[in-house]
Ligand binder design. Structure first.
Ligand SMILES: [Zn+2]
Length: 320
């Protein structure tokens, strides 16, 4: 509800605006990049699509914000103006019907506010201009950083750029396509992949007089969670102590559970493939910090996810 009212208030402001950096941290965090601001090399698709001058700017600007990957900036640049190639009004001069202008589609007031706090480095216009790719991309990085990327909250950062969940998802998906094979999680011979890149916190076993039936993986809110294997979504929605969850039924009878999530990208009955993004790490329900509760229930009952993956040659706690 809070988000909804925020979205309404910010509707005009957020109509077109800028998004970029917040997402990247999540993407790199999930697939092994760590907190690499520039870690992920461009994919072939990125090299084929992004003008060299823009790619360099995205990469350089991303280094100004910990947790912001260049691919997030590039995804926003792609979605907003096709890296400045769009001929729509407001891209090269003037503004569109919402008041946005330039390759990163800044409102003039937003741009002025950002560059007042974070002047772009030398190399752009004097004074800085939202139509100058150098200035616009550095400003977008600063805006995303201030909006949550710095704290690892890419969802909030991108949402601040344009107040719509579909926009956030579109940026995150585009950013993944721009990142090289590092974005493909390793799979076991029988098709299982790691659900998230997180730090193993509380493990499977007795805890506080009860039995903790899964493995907790700590990661920033918004970190992508992927389907651990092929299957059919059993549940996606509110779930008592888990706050919000997704459960997937796999062909061998195993059910994987993803609890405390911040958002779900799937619906019950949907078929999912290994590594398909299904949710984002959250802190909902009975949770003491942002993490994924990951549980595996085989036909014989719950099993230790760490041991389950070790048997397949994958290390669930590799990032711990
Ligand atoms: Zn747990």
């Amino acid at each position: 509800m809070l988000k909804l009212s925020t979205a309404l208030i910010g509707f005009i402001f957020g109509l077109i605006v800028l998004v970029a950096a917040a997402v990247s941290g999540v993407v790199s965090a999930v697939f092994g990049g760590g907190d690499s601001a520039t870690s992920g090399p461009p994919s072939q698709a990125a090299l084929a699509d992004i003008p060299g001058k823009y790619l360099t700017l995205y990469q350089q600007a991303a280094t100004t914000c910990p947790g912001l990957d260049w691919s997030i900036l590039a995804a926003i640049g792609k979605i907003e103006t096709d890296h400045g190639r769009s001929n729509l009004s407001g891209v090269h001069s003037g503004s569109n019907s919402a008041g946005a202008g330039g390759p990163m589609q800044f409102l003039q007031a937003s741009f002025d506010s950002v560059v007042a706090r974070h002047p772009p480095p030398p190399g752009g216009s004097t004074p800085p201009s939202r139509y100058n790719p150098h200035d616009a991309i550095y400003a977008a990085a600063a805006y995303l950083c201030d909006s949550g990327a710095r704290d690892g909250d890419l969802h909030s950062a991108i949402f601040a750029y344009n107040h719509a969940d579909w926009y956030v998802n579109k940026v995150l998906a585009q950013a993944q396509r721009y990142r090289a094979a590092a974005a493909t999680p390793p799979a076991s011979a029988d098709g299982w992949v790691l659900p998230v890149a997180g730090r193993c916190s509380s493990g499977f076993g007795p805890r506080d007089g009860q039995f903790h039936q899964g493995q907790d993986l700590a990661a920033p809110i918004g970190t992508p969670i992927v389907a651990a294997a092929e299957g059919t979504v059993l549940n996606a929605g509110p779930a008592g102590g888990y706050g919000l969850w997704v459960r997937i039924q796999h062909p061998d009878g195993t059910i994987s559970t993803y609890g405390h999530i911040n958002a779900s990208h799937v619906t019950a009955g949907q078929h999912v493939t290994p590594g398909q993004p299904i949710a984002e790490v959250g802190n909902r329900g009975q949770s003491t910090g942002p993490h994924l509760h990951f549980q595996l229930d085989t036909r014989e009952g719950p099993v230790d996810p760490v041991a389950f993956y070790e048997q397949k040659g994958l290390h669930l706690c590799a990032n711990s």
